[in-house]
Design a protein around this ligand. Structure first.
Ligand code: FAD
Ligand code: NAD
Length: 477
């Protein structure tokens, strides 16, 4: 303890105020526990609110609108001379973040949560040190680590935050680069690559593996890749970046294909989006009993308790999938477990959404995974081009696919690519969590005309009784 520093104590300390951390803190306070929430950032909300989910979706919305304006002439609406003002777009985005962060601060204050701004490091299983802010020490009964993740870097590619960027800087650009190279064809690469392609940048996406969004089924990825191609996005698969050289006004990027061919490409900016790594180093976890796996993720049990019984961990720092909604659920589970409730992270599925055009959304098992697990399957696929609402929305790309156990008709997985599927997937998640059968989806009345009808239609296809798709049947006479 240094003279002049504050010495605090608390029942529960939560380190990190992202979706995992603030959910844990709010739930713990609501369960009557005394909570201190520490974050080194100036505002609550974490990576998701300030540098991730929300700013990226704001820019995706704004640039999607631009696309829609351009396509409106076929509906008899001509909007000539559309002008994009990136500074105003950034201000609009900043206003959303500010409003949400303020809301979180008010919700924390109302719950009596003590907020501390500073960097936390462990000095033992019951003690923390806080620096770079409201310096001091803190004694706690239980801690919840929710420190999130940060971008991975590539050898030979030095991020300077200006011309060679991570998603943080790419979300804050005040000017539209003429030529943008995106390293990594994953979630961030495709979402932010789409933003800049819509704004008029010549975008090149370099992906190490044989397909974009590795791990996601080919039919879903194809539905996204085709429109990117049509828009002029240059997609280089099985390719890696060996280095980036500064050539005065522009950057020269050296690419190497799997085949051995090399090429130099001139670009104005580079976005590095090759995955994220956990913020578990720098916490001084050696002072605790917390154990890490080989990639640095904190190992946790179903209650999100670490190997140190006083310390819990939630969110990106505990591993894949690194998604905000998974972090939030884990945060609530940890808080409830500490409060003595019978809580466990026992969700059947964590949904995922890629906000490309069209969007991809999925939950539960893929066909291949289900077959590998020994299931015989009933699969039903319904295309959006056969759906009235999709036509009236002028968005007919894609389909919904349901995958069920053929023996009991129980839904195992749902795959969606198309308009609005980021919202439609919620129904599929609920159905899987509740053990719904195809029949439940098929006979539940879905409002007409809506995109949600495609879920019921896909279930009817799987049950071989679709009316909007014709199946020739053997004559019964
Ligand atoms: P974070 O949100 O990363 O928060 C961690 C907090 O801990 C930070 O505020 C940090 O300042 C603080 N911290 C770290 N170390 C310390 C320390 N030692 N002391 C004090 N404070 C500390 N997920 C989705 O589900 N949907 C999306 O659409 C989506 N879009 C994304 C877009 C981008 C560009 C990025 C980068 C990510 C996106 N994600 C999305 C992922 C999502 O942001 C993360 O899964 C989520 O933020 C994880 O939440 P968390 O609570 O674990 O940590
Ligand atoms: P990612 O894992 O989604 O994609 C990284 C991509 O980079 C992969 O396709 C990988 O094969 C490729 N890659 C790796 N090394 C490479 C190299 N040397 N050269 C070229 N390509 C290389 O990671 P991300 O896009 O950085 O996003 C990180 C995480 O953030 C995601 O996994 C996801 O959990 C989260 N996120 C979610 C959303 C969403 O939910 N919509 C959006 C953005 C980010």
């Amino acid at each position: 303890m240094v003279m002049g520093e504050i010495e605090r104590d608390t029942q529960i300390v939560v380190i990190g105020a992202g979706p995992g951390g603030y959910a844990a803190a709010f739930r713990a306070a609501d369960l009557g526990l005394e909570v201190t929430l520490i974050d080194s950032a100036p505002a609550l909300g974490g990576e998701c609110l300030h540098h991730g989910c929300i700013p990226s979706k704001a820019l995706l919305t704004a640039t999607h609108l631009l696309d829609q304006i351009r396509a409106a002439s076929q509906m008899g609406i001509r909007a000539e001379q559309v002008v994009v003002d990136p500074a105003t777009m950034q201000q609009w985005k900043a206003g959303i973040l500010e409003q949400l962060a303020k809301g979180l601060e008010q919700l924390a204050e109302r719950r009596g949560i003590e907020i501390v701004h500073g960097q936390a490091t462990f000095t033992g299983s019951r003690h923390l040190r806080i620096s770079n802010g409201e310096a001091g020490s803190l004694a706690f009964e239980q801690a919840i680590i929710a420190t999130g993740s940060r971008p991975m870097h590539l050898p030979g590619v030095e991020v300077d935050g200006e011309r060679v960027m991570t998603s943080r800087e790419a979300l804050q650009l005040q000017a539209i680069p003429e030529r943008l190279l995106v390293i990594g064809g994953g979630y961030i690469g495709l979402e932010l690559g789409s933003v800049y392609a819509r704004l008029g940048s010549q975008v090149t996406v370099v992906e190490l593996t044989a397909q974009l969004l590795p791990g996601i089924e080919r039919d879903l990825v194809q539905a996204v890749q085709q429109p990117l191609w049509k828009r002029g996005v240059d997609i280089r698969l099985r390719t890696k970046v060996i280095g980036v050289r500064s050539g005065g006004q522009y950057l020269t990027v050296d690419l190497a294909q799997e085949s051995g061919t090399t090429q130099a490409l001139e670009v104005d900016r580079v976005l590095v989006a090759v995955g994220r790594r956990p913020n578990s180093d720098g916490l001084n976890l050696e002072q605790t009993g917390v154990k890490l796996d080989a990639r640095g993720f904190i190992q946790v049990d179903a209650q999100r308790r670490t190997a140190d019984p006083q310390i819990y961990a939630v969110g990106d720092v505990t591993g894949e999938p690194m998604l905000a909604h998974k972090a939030a659920r884990e945060g609530k589970v940890a808080a409830e477990a500490i409060a003595g409730e019978p809580a466990a992270f026992d969700n059947v599925t964590v949904p995922a959404v890629v906000y490309t055009e069209p969007e991809i959304a999925f939950c539960g098992l893929a066909e291949e995974q289900a077959r590998a697990a020994g299931y015989r399957l009933k699969v039903g696929k319904f295309p959006f081009r056969a759906l009235g609402r999709a036509l009236t929305l002028n968005a007919t790309e894609g389909f919904i696919k349901v995958i069920a156990d053929a023996e009991r008709d129980i839904l195992l997985g749902v795959r969606m690519v198309g308009p609005g599927v980021s919202d439609l997937i919620g129904e599929a998640v609920l159905a899987i969590e509740m053990g719904a059968q195809l029949e439940d989806l098929a006979v539940s009345i879905h409002p007409h005309p809506t995109l949600s009808e495609a879920i019921a239609e896909a279930a009817e296809v799987a049950l071989q009784r679709a009316i909007h798709i014709y199946h020739p049947r053997p004559k019964t006479k």
